[in-house]
Design a protein around this ligand. Structure first.
Ligand SMILES: [Zn+2]
Length: 372
């Protein structure tokens, strides 16, 4: 690990691996190492992310009821994921991974997948293991924050039998791996949390090691007092559901009227407490703003301080905020690269607008929106 990596360490409890004197130590100098979060080589965590990481570690430990017993290293950065998370199928969608187990467990992740991977890692660290459906559903149900919100809509009554929890619990990791299966798993675990309480679900997850689906089903029935099949049937009968965690617009929403030109300006500065993400090694630092827009076509022009190719603005409609009857295309995510100008068709929604910089050092990004 280079000097940049050392400086980027975030200490939660005490580590002997990060010895920079100005770091935030919570425990005494002789306590064992716990979770040590560092940026990928050549990058550093921005100030907002440092605070966010501390919050997420606390939250994940509380919600899983698990503490690491030995040092658990976490490396953050898209570059590290690309290099070290090797999944044979669909490498495009991999945002993080947990490697090894027991005292050798390590997490490699983008910030957006950190909380999900931490759930896996704390479990692997203690060599806890159940069926993939529960592992992934539990990790997904704990994931999601204002910085990296999650929202998954599902109509369980319309699922084919092959995607029912009774079927998914039989599946190996390789068989399970599909977007739809993750959705089912998170909704089913969320249902269990609502019916039986989050602590009861966490206790079930800590409560044993299931080598087979039959073992998991037996333990499920003993723990929850109802069979997996009966619980899954109750869940399907409960109607359409939206599972969501985190509010991308917790910082407020600015209404932009039709007919006016607006310029949004942000300064993405890794040392600023509002700036999230990472700086250096082509990682992205970012700031988010939320605006509500009427439907229509608007000219969009982006300016930046550092030069072309070193920034982008991502537009994402906040779930459940678009006007009734909005076109799916107009509500779809949009990206404007630094230096781009053009016109975009917007649905009437609240939009989370993320200003991203890949420059080394602070950069001012501006976005001019023509009259709608
Ligand atoms: Zn996972």
């Amino acid at each position: 690990m280079g000097r940049m990596g050392l400086l980027a360490c975030v200490i939660v409890s005490v580590s002997t691996a990060c010895t920079e004197p100005d770091l935030d130590h919570e425990g005494g100098p002789d306590e064992p190492a716990e979770i040590v979060v560092s940026a990928v080589e050549g990058a550093r965590l921005c100030a907002g992310t440092q605070t966010w990481v501390d919050d997420e570690l606390r939250r994940v430990r509380a919600e899983t009821g698990l503490l690491p017993v030995a040092r658990l290293p976490v490396t953050l950065g898209a570059g590290a994921v690309e290099e070290r998370c090797t999944v044979p199928d669909d490498p495009e969608t991999v945002v993080g991974c947990t490697l090894g187990e027991g005292g050798a467990t390590a997490v490699i992740s983008t910030p957006e997948a950190l909380s999900h991977e931490l759930v896996h890692a704390l479990r692997r660290h203690q060599e806890l293991r159940t069926r993939t459906m529960f592992e992934e559903g539990f990790a997904e149900a704990i994931d999601g924050s204002d910085a990296y919100p999650r929202y998954v809509e599902l109509e369980p009554g319309e699922l084919p039998e092959a995607r029912w929890p009774e079927a998914l619990v039989q599946q190996s990791k390789a068989e399970f791996r599909s977007v739809q299966s993750y959705r089912v798993a998170v909704h089913f675990v969320d249902h269990l949390r609502r019916v039986h309480g989050a602590e009861a679900v966490a206790a079930f997850m800590r409560g044993g090691i299931d080598g087979t689906a039959a073992e998991a089903e037996t333990r499920f029935e003993r723990h929850f007092g109802t069979s997996l099949e009966a619980e899954a049937q109750a869940w399907r009968a409960s109607g359409a559901q939206g599972f969501g965690r985190g509010d991308p617009c917790a910082g407020g929403v600015v209404a932009i009227e039709s007919g006016v030109t607006v310029e949004l300006v942000v300064r993405v500065d890794c040392d600023d407490p509002e700036t999230m993400g990472l700086e250096g090694a082509a990682e992205a630092a970012w700031i988010r703003r939320c605006v509500s827009l009427g439907a229509g076509r608007r000219a969009v022009q982006m300016g930046m301080g550092a030069g072309p190719g070193l920034g982008a603005v991502r537009w994402e409609a906040v779930p459940q905020t678009c006007a009734e009857g909005s076109s799916e295309l107009d509500a779809a995510p949009k990206v404007v690269e630094a230096g781009d100008a053009g016109t975009l068709e917007f649905a009437a929604c609240t939009w989370a607008v993320t200003f991203e910089s890949t420059a080394d050092g602070p950069q001012e990004l501006s976005l001019t929106l023509g009259p709608g």
